[in-house]
Design a binder for this molecule. Sequence first.
Ligand code: 13P
Ligand code: SF4
Length: 300
Amino acid sequence: MKIEEEIAKLKKERGATILAHNYQRGEVQDAADFTGDSLELARKAASVDADVIVFCGVYFMAETAAILNPSKTVLIPDPDAGCPMADMVNAKDLRELKAKHPGAVVVSYVNSTAEVKAECDICVTSGNAERVMASIPGDREVIFVPDRHLGSHVSGLLGRKYILWPGYCPTHARITVPRIELARRAHPGAPVLVHPECAEDVRAAADERLSTGGMCAYARESNAEEIIVGTETGILHRLMQENPGKKFWPVDENAICPNMKKTTLESLRDSLRDMKTRVVVEEGVANRARRAIEAMLGVA
Ligand code: 13P
Ligand code: SF4
């Protein structure tokens, strides 16, 4: 039996739904029931009927699904698939910063651990950060963790100053202005889309700053026949599949998140077969983190 057939059979036996992030390997995306960006996946995880959710992504995403579904079994095929940006802030250090700014609203990018979310008032994703942050009263101080680039992006959009944690994504740090210039010369006229996790000069050099879901929507709606894409290269699979008549060029073909690539068809199959690895979040932490995630889903 082919591994794809094994996965489909096990999935049925387990009553499972497979969710995959846009950065997953192409073959893993193809095996999933739903592929999307962090916001779409959080929404899906909150509404899914299945008893078992297999989350093909990085750990904080599976944790978010587990927090939103305490009665369901959430599995991650490779529990070592972490996010270095999420690990750049911990709950203790955040508590110390909060103590210095007692009145501040604390906002966390979903790329954070459950313990950090538990310290926050509201979460954001790259797909809804502007709308969520716009809902915070203008006279309040705001702490934003952990991505200084997404934080400064929204700060520029809304004309507000935030206290930014100095975290960043090492994969998006590979995307640079000289690389964009090279891509523009190679594909004249093609619009350049970058993720808001990119640095300020990179965001300024691009035509659009979009979440991965936003990039998929842009590609669908745009008349451009060629598009330059500045984010993790896993998204190219979906862009090419959904837009067969268009061409997509990565700003940097080495912008690969090693953690997103840890999940393989084999580990997905094993996960369903052996019901591993279950993601469990301590109840007290989960309850506090859920408030921040649900506050976000209530706004956008
Ligand atoms: P989005 O898919 O929500 O744009 O997030 C990108 C990301 O880096 C997730 O780890
Ligand atoms: Fe984390 Fe960056 Fe990988 Fe996203 S692409 S999971 S932010 S390291």
